[in-house]
Design a protein around this ligand. Structure first.
Ligand code: TTP
Ligand code: MG
Ligand code: MG
Length: 403
């Protein structure tokens, strides 16, 4: 962490038409053609593979099974982008798909091959950006914040580098969204599929996020989506316009509050990785901009809470930190960070709070604040506490006793 403004930049990376693209590596003669993956492995698949054993690339295109000949009742797992132009896609019944695109080639999924490529593309990422969280076979979150160059052009430079490395190592393409948090990054990764990059800043909320359907929010499923539609809410912007209390009334306290938060683009969940972290941070975007003097008590409580959560993260994951810092963003979206290195590395909430407090004294506090964050870096591993032995945050807060 440096004294210059360094924004949290989180990427979501998702492979393009993953299962189908893996098959196209084996059968490059099918590139550009409509191909769907679905159903189990059938006798004719086995026969074809056996006839061209060891040289799958030699199978003539005309020899592949077509959707119109498909008799089963299965559903499609995924489709190449060429097939999607006909309206064919994931979860569609084979029969319906056959009507839309009879000439599409049907292939079974090869899970072993899929898992192999999944490992390969993830390894390519962690060689470049170590803080990566697995989100399934074809997607991950990556924390760009502390990766050298991760801030350039909002993350576009690093995203391009990762795309290039994955392609060189696997022959596969992916799409990447980079945003201030996981919530927005997940949506952004779909904006320019396939083989695309999309950069979203906090100030793009209104133009890029609010027009989207509420179902684009990771966590709003078909049921919640339908209920919102019945209430007349289709877009994320319409959701953001609702009163939080009203949402709580309809969806319960925690879901309602969550809906309100995500509609406003707020999400401070960390990218959790199995590998060694570079830093840990917690940040909060306020419901309304706060003033350091007039809202001192509220700000102080939030600040202390962030420090406790960072301390908990350190304790749970088994690290002590030598560098402690803060980040804030003013109401005009300008950001600043300050940090300080201490002699004795710590995972203690009160120590973090004290040093972070000193950092806060070094920044101008004449403007209202929109966001406050606490970050620790220069981490040194120690034995982690077991999760069960962690005191609850509130209880621990009572012993911090600051403000
Ligand atoms: P997705 O990332 O949702 O889709 P995709 O990679 O095929 O296409 P896109 O370019 O739009 O990302 O899913 C990844 C893989 O998971 C997909 O290739 C097949 C599998 N899958 C299923 O098995 N069932 C499903 O319903 C979906 C959506 C995907
Ligand atoms: Mg995908
Ligand atoms: Mg996916």
């Amino acid at each position: 962490m440096t004294a210059t403004a360094s924004d949290r930049r989180i990427a979501h990376l998702d492979m393009d038409a993953f299962y189908a693209s893996v098959e196209l590596l084996r059968y490059p003669q099918l590139k550009g053609l409509p191909v769907v993956i679905g159903g189990g492995r059938r006798p004719q698949d086995e026969a074809l593979a056996a006839a061209y054993a060891g040289r799958p690339g030699d199978i003539p295109v005309a020899a592949f099974p077509l959707l119109k000949e498909y008799a089963g009742r299965g559903v499609i797992t995924t489709a190449t982008y060429a097939a999607r132009q006909f309206g064919v896609g994931s979860a569609m019944g084979m029969m319906k798909a056959a009507k839309l695109c009879p000439q599409a080639i049907v292939l079974p999924v090869d899970f072993e091959e899929v898992r192999k490529y999944s490992r390969m593309f993830k390894n390519a990422i962690t060689e470049i950006a170590p803080v990566m969280q697995d989100r399934g076979v074809d997607e991950v979150y990556i924390d760009f914040t502390d990766v050298p160059g991760g801030q350039r052009e909002g993350g576009r430079v690093l995203a391009r580098l990762i795309q290039k490395s994955i392609f060189e190592k696997t022959g596969l393409t992916c799409s990447i969204g980079v945003a201030p948090n996981r919530l927005l990054a997940k949506m952004a990764s779909e904006f320019n599929k396939p083989n695309g990059i999309s950069i979203v800043y906090e100030e793009d909320l209104q133009s890029k996020i609010w027009p989207l359907n509420v179902r684009k929010i990771n966590g709003i499923g078909p049921k919640a989506g339908e209920k919102l539609a019945r209430l007349g809410i289709e877009t994320i912007g319409q959701l953001a316009a609702q009163d939080e209390q009203w949402l709580m009334g309809h969806f319960g306290k925690s879901t309602g509050a969550w809906m309100h938060r995500v509609a406003w683009g707020r999400d401070d969940s960390p990218v959790v990785t199995e590998s060694e972290p570079v830093s840990m941070s917690r940040e909060t975007t306020f419901d309304r901009d706060l003033h350091a003097v007039r809202d001192r008590a509220e700000l102080g409580a939030i600040f202390t809470d962030l420090c406790m959560r960072v301390a908990e993260d350190l304790q749970r994951k088994g690290y002590v930190a030598r560098t402690i810092g803060i980040k804030l963003r003013y109401d005009d979206f300008r950001g600043v960070t300050r940090d300080q290195t201490i002699a004795e590395p710590t995972q203690d909430a009160a120590t973090i709070r004290r040093v972070a407090g000193l950092c806060l004294k070094r920044v101008p506090l004449d403007r209202r604040l929109r966001l406050l964050g606490v970050r620790v870096a220069s981490l040194v591993p120690v034995a982690p506490h077991s999760a069960d032995s962690m005191p609850p945050a509130r209880k621990q807060g009572a012993t911090v006793g600051l403000f």
